[in-house]
Design a binder for this molecule. Structure first.
Ligand SMILES: [Zn+2]
Length: 179
């Protein structure tokens, strides 16, 4: 994964940046311990309707069952005093999305900052990089989010990202079978 401060490479197991010295523990003092995740969809900001939440939850669940990976969505009112980019990085690590090997994806919507951010576990970056994933979210979520349609914005962007990773995983399996 990339350092949220200098964008340099960071090892998953020791979240201290070799480039700028950033240490994830800096955030612990400010943000405290995060409350437990609420399954696959943790809607702290109450951005989703009941229907929207269920639809997204079903999509993420299907993804997890098909790929064996983890995929989590969080909405929050504000990431302050950290940036949304820093917050998603911190939460991804503190919740250990995808277990110790970080075989998972975390998407964060920060309402006050009007930002969607994503953290892709480094084992999954062969399917989609952090930058590509951010581009997918931007492209598929922002048109809906601008209209205040969080249900559709999050569903469509999360679905598109899921498709890309599912495609990568099934191609890999096909190659393994062929060899
Ligand atoms: Zn750094």
């Amino acid at each position: 994964m990339k350092c949220p401060k200098c964008e340099g490479y960071m090892n998953d197991s020791t979240p201290v940046c070799e480039g700028c010295g950033f240490d994830i523990h800096e955030f612990d003092e400010v943000l405290q311990t995060p409350t437990e995740r609420d399954g696959l969809v943790t809607d702290w900001a109450g951005a989703l309707s009941e229907e929207g939440r269920e639809r997204i939850n079903a999509r993420l669940q299907a993804f997890c069952e098909q790929t064996g990976l983890d995929y989590c969505l969080v909405t929050l009112d504000s990431s302050a005093p950290q940036s949304p980019r820093e917050f998603v990085f911190w939460l991804f690590n503190r919740w250990q999305i995808g277990g110790e090997e970080h075989l998972g994806v975390l998407v964060l919507l920060a309402m006050a900052e009007r930002r969607v951010e994503v953290e892709v576990g480094h084992m999954l970056e062969k399917y989609v990089s952090d930058d590509e994933a951010a581009g997918v979210l931007e492209h598929h979520a922002v048109p809906f989010l601008k209209k205040g349609d969080f249900d559709n914005g999050l569903y469509h962007s999360l679905d598109m990202l899921a498709r890309i990773i599912e495609h990568g995983v099934s191609e890999e399996k096909a190659n393994e079978t062929a060899n």
